[in-house]
Design a protein around this ligand. Structure first.
Ligand code: CA
Length: 371
């Protein structure tokens, strides 16, 4: 027989590589870090779980998504796994979720890793870092770029399994009752901006103020604070900030892709048979996709509404302001990794992935958006 044609060889090679790739991808999506359950499937066994959340009860997208997840799990398991969802404060105070799930009093929780920064400083790299990765990059890093292994490692001492359970997508810079024309306008600026972003603002001459969610509107109205950030157009609209602050700034430099987190008690997870474990994992994966789609789709509608109906004045932060924030972010990050070797290790992996993704984005997304 004559030599195989090049086309034939290509097809055979492709088939081998497709098989190879699908083998690898099923390994990854099955998550090698999570061991198999030794519990036999018994369709008569029913499990009743509780989920505590850091969100106000039924909060749009965030709480709403947790309710949907519970419903999916119930249906997929034929009613064998019931998960009752509690809003923040309904069962325990929001910020006690971590300890309650860690010690097994509650099976699972929904929040964001930066809420536990006091216990796991390096966890902040799995929420959102100023000028850090956006939602697409975070998903790629954690799901396919080796990030998940590191994420699991830092929650291991707390007997917790973390999962990526959503993303707020790019947030907005916030609501200001005065214009920010240069970095000099940051001096003395009192802004409600938590976490990492708050530290950066303080270094840039402003004052980061902690205000409970329910009091932000009144504080902004009365001039107790000059500015606040919240999430994006949809949630900001629902909070009514456009009624008390004139300028709406972008971009959300401080939270470019806020990962939302699901934590599950490790012992409780392994007490479930394989099929229910898989239902939880796949349910959380679906929730991750839904939340991001919901945020982006609603934000685009509500941004238009804010501008056209509420006559909100949209402003872009001047370049020197963003450069100041960027410079101060580097200082905050350097101080953080100096104090905590785990943060250093994770930051290095994070930075390496981001650099490589940025190179790819330059010739893909970035250029496309500029067309
Ligand atoms: Ca925010």
């Amino acid at each position: 027989m004559a030599k195989k044609s090049n086309r034939r060889k290509f097809i055979e090679k492709s088939l081998v590589s497709i098989a190879g790739v699908s083998g690898i991808s099923s390994c990854i999506s099955d998550n090698k870090e999570i061991k198999e359950s030794s519990v036999n499937i018994n369709f008569n066994n029913k499990y009743k779980w509780k989920m505590v959340t850091t969100w106000s009860p039924n909060m749009p997208v965030l709480g709403e998504g947790c309710n949907m997840f519970s419903d999916w799990v119930n249906k997929m398991s034929g009613g064998r796994l019931e998960i009752k969802v509690y809003g923040g404060g309904e069962l325990i105070p929001s910020l006690e979720s971590f300890d309650a799930v860690s010690n097994g009093a509650i099976e699972m929780g929904s929040g964001a890793s930066y809420y536990w920064a006091g216990k796991i400083p390096s966890g902040q790299f799995f929420s959102s870092v100023p000028f850090g990765m956006n939602s697409k990059q975070m998903n790629s890093w954690i799901i396919s770029g080796g990030g998940y292994k590191l994420y699991r490692e830092i929650y291991e001492p707390f007997n917790l399994i973390p999962f990526v359970g959503g993303n707020t997508s790019m947030q907005m810079g916030g609501w200001f009752n005065k214009e920010i024309n240069s970095f000099n306008d940051l001096k003395g600026l009192k802004m409600r901006i938590p976490g990492f972003g708050g530290k950066v603002l303080s270094k840039a001459g402003g004052t980061a103020v902690t205000v409970a969610g329910g009091e932000i509107y009144t504080n902004l109205e009365r001039g107790v604070i000059d500015a606040t950030e919240w999430i994006g157009p949809y949630h900001d609209y629902l909070m009514g900030f456009y009624q008390v602050a004139k300028y709406y700034y972008y971009p959300g430099w401080h939270e470019p892709g806020g990962v939302l987190e699901m934590i599950v008690n490790k012992d409780k997870f392994y007490e479930l048979p394989n099929d229910l474990q898989e239902i939880i994992k796949k349910g959380i994966e679906s929730l991750n996709i839904w939340m991001q789609c919901e945020f982006d789709s609603k934000n685009s509608i509500y941004l238009k509404k804010l501008i056209e109906e509420e006559k909100v004045q949209l402003r872009k932060f001047p370049r020197d302001v963003l450069e100041t924030f960027k410079l101060k972010t580097d200082e905050v990050l350097s101080e953080m990794i100096e104090k905590d070797p785990k943060s250093k290790k994770i930051f290095e992996a994070y930075k390496k992935f981001k650099t490589s993704f940025d190179d790819w984005s330059t010739v893909s997304d970035k250029i496309y958006y500029e067309l």
